[in-house]
Design a protein around this ligand. Structure first.
Ligand code: F6R
Length: 628
């Protein structure tokens, strides 16, 4: 995900900003850039690819002693990862440059308005629209006060550095006016030659924090960016902006402009810990950020209670779908079969990529191939994709990494927008795949004009981030408790029925890859056809018992295990109960999979941590399996 750092103080700002960007590298990015003032002129340097490319360009630039600078690493989600789309973005009149994380949802509407006024856009980004919107607001204020626009004031502006406060109120007001019109999510930082000693920064639904030094202030999307200099931090809240200089800062409300008293927090982490946002492992961090992932996956894909996937509009509605993937991504695909068949009434086959590609597979006429891959580089999945493309079948790639091979080679791609996943075991990526697949089912239901409950499902989906956010701390406690109780096990069954079946497979996969405990996922109804022979007091079961039409059958399955002295952890929703001592309640929702999945991830995490395993890098595993 994108990273931001801004600095004003007594040190040379450009090298400091570059160092800060390096400390944000772990988030993943595909281009980077920075801006500073040189002889009170705005200079912007940007570069595709790694930070060393940017460093090389910066090294060729004369003044790196500027005391104020902003920088950005971009992880493209909208618009290609090319230099013209990387940040900072300048306004047409060079009055300001901004860096921005998040998505301005109404950017097209704002852009159309600015195009009509004669603004020109050099990138595909919403950020450039915001930069010009701020400068347009500024021009309106200048026209009212000085009867001139910014460009016509160049002569007066040359003497600005001596008297920077003169224009600060105008810039602040323009900044606020523009942000009031921007819907969506943003963490934004502004640098302008009009206010050469100040930075302005604001947030709405995207992290932004102020670092407080002595004679210097920092603004960043994440603590590691400035951690070598200070651990004193002010967290900005939604609809707040901050005016900072080397000697002071003031946090204010965007809507009323009034100053807000903020608490300074002291960060106890060291640099390495902070890269994990204070979590012990990346895996835990990635599990805990799933409420945000749920939100991010929806951004730009819903309009008036309808699902919009414009990437697919030019492809015909398929008669059947073949989903191909490996590991956790396969489990997400299997899960989606239920919804694609239910909501879109399209028959679905789900295949393991390494099996599919070595058969002589027969695909149906008008069949859509969907390949799912977090990394977009898994060799078997790519092999299957290529096989289908050679046969001229349309392939939809669902992946998380922009510009990956799957994304490039598929006919069309949908990005899951989960942000980089660093822990080898996939967690948030699967959740994001499930969101996209559910949207896909609704989308085809819409296109086929079926009576599918789009509105109701979207309502449930939109409520999930808050439900999950509130549930996570309690779920972690419960996971710890059960991990402690069940760490004796050498083997585990995971059982699920209906939509819970694929989750049972995923629960078992997570447990074995992290804690090296043997685990098998089964369809609850299948257990009595053989596997139940294994049950004894030392062979526990993790059963998923959602409050749906399968509940009574799942309850009978659990009873069969209990009556053979098998110990069972039952994951069930509030409002239901079972004759079992180890009950794990999750909140009631019509989409319990999105809560149960993080619960099982936490259980595997706590088990592995308790047993002293290498959680983020389990033995023998790699993040992306690029060999067959
Ligand atoms: C398990 C896990 C793997 C991957 C599999 C496919 O936690 O991460 O099973 O899901 O290797 O990887 P992608 O999705 O990158 O194709």
């Amino acid at each position: 995900m994108c990273g931001i750092i801004g600095y004003c103080g007594h040190r040379p700002a450009v090298p400091l900003v570059l160092e800060g960007l390096k400390r944000l590298e772990y988030r993943g990015y595909d281009s980077a850039g920075l801006a500073f003032l040189q002889l009170n002129k705005l200079e912007v340097i940007r570069s595709e690819g790694k930070l060393c490319n940017l460093e090389e360009k910066v090294a060729k630039t004369a003044n790196t002693f500027a005391p104020i600078s902003i920088g950005h690493t971009r992880w493209a989600t909208h618009g290609l990862p090319v230099e013209r789309n990387s940040h900072p973005h300048k306004s047409n009149n060079n009055a300001l440059a901004i860096v921005h994380n998040g998505i301005i949802e109404n950017f097209q509407e704002l852009k159309d308005e600015l195009l009509q006024k004669g603004y020109v856009f050099y990138s595909d980004t919403d950020t450039e629209v915001l930069a010009n919107l701020i400068s347009d607001e500024l021009d309106a204020l200048f026209a009212a006060k000085f009867s001139k626009k910014y460009e016509q004031m160049q002569a007066e502006l040359e003497s600005i550095s001596q008297n920077s406060l003169q224009y600060l109120p105008y810039m602040e007001e323009a900044f606020r006016n523009a942000l009031k019109r921007a819907h969506g999510a943003y963490a934004v930082v502004l640098l302008s030659p009009l206010i050469p000693q100040h930075l302005l920064a604001a947030r709405l639904s995207a992290p932004l924090l102020l670092g407080i030094g002595i004679g210097e202030y920092f603004i960043a999307s994440d603590v590691p960016a400035f951690l070598p200099y200070t651990r004193d931090v002010v967290f900005l809240d939604d609809n707040e902006y901050v005016v900072l200089s080397a000697s002071s800062y003031a946090v204010k409300n965007i809507y009323v402009g009034e100053e807000i008293a903020k608490t300074v927090h002291h960060i106890p982490w060291d640099l390495q810990g902070a890269a994990k946002d204070g979590y012990k492992h990346f895996m835990l961090k990635e599990i805990m950020e799933q409420p945000r992932v749920l939100q991010d996956c929806l951004v730009g894909r819903l309009q008036d209670d309808m699902v919009c996937l414009p990437e697919l509009d030019t492809l015909a509605v398929p008669d059947s779908i073949r989903i191909i993937a490996c590991g956790t991504s396969y489990n997400a695909g299997l899960w989606s079969q239920y919804y694609l068949e239910q909501f879109a009434e399209i028959p679905v086959t789900v295949e393991i990529a390494s099996e599919f590609r070595y058969r002589k597979p027969i695909l149906n006429k008008n069949e859509l191939v969907v390949v799912i891959s977090q990394s977009g580089e898994t060799a078997d999945t790519l092999g299957a994709l290529r096989l289908c493309r050679e046969k001229d079948y349309p392939v939809l790639g669902i992946c998380n990494v922009l510009g990956s091979s799957v994304a490039r080679e598929a006919t069309v791609s949908l990005y899951t927008q989960a942000g980089p996943e660093i822990s080898v075991a996939s967690t948030k990526a699967m959740l994001s795949q499930m969101v996209v697949l559910l949207l896909l089912a609704l989308y085809y239901g819409q296109r086929k004009k079926l009576a599918c409950p789009v509105r109701e499902v979207l309502r449930e989906l939109k409520a999930l981030p808050e439900i999950l956010e509130n549930a996570l701390p309690k779920m972690r406690d419960k996971a710890k408790e059960f991990a402690f109780q069940y760490a004796f096990a050498k083997s585990f069954f995971y059982l699920g029925r209906g939509i819970a079946y694929s989750l049972a497979l995923e629960g078992a996969l997570k447990l074995k890859e992290l804690s090296y405990i043997h685990a098998e996922g089964y369809a609850t109804g299948e257990i009595k056809h053989g596997p139940i022979a294994l049950i004894d007091p030392d062979f526990p079961t993790f059963a998923l018992a959602f409050d749906d039409e399968n509940f009574s059958k799942v309850r009978s399955g659990i009873q069969e295990i209990k009556s053979r002295q098998g110990r069972v952890i039952s994951l069930l929703q509030e409002g239901t109960t079972l004759e079992n001592e180890d009950l794990w309640y999750i909140p009631k929702t019509k989409l319990p999979e999105f809560i149960a999945l993080p619960a099982m991830q936490l259980f595997s995490y706590e088990m592995a941590d308790y047993l002293g395993k290498d959680v983020d890098q389990p033995r023998n595993l790699a993040k992306s399996v690029t060999v067959e």
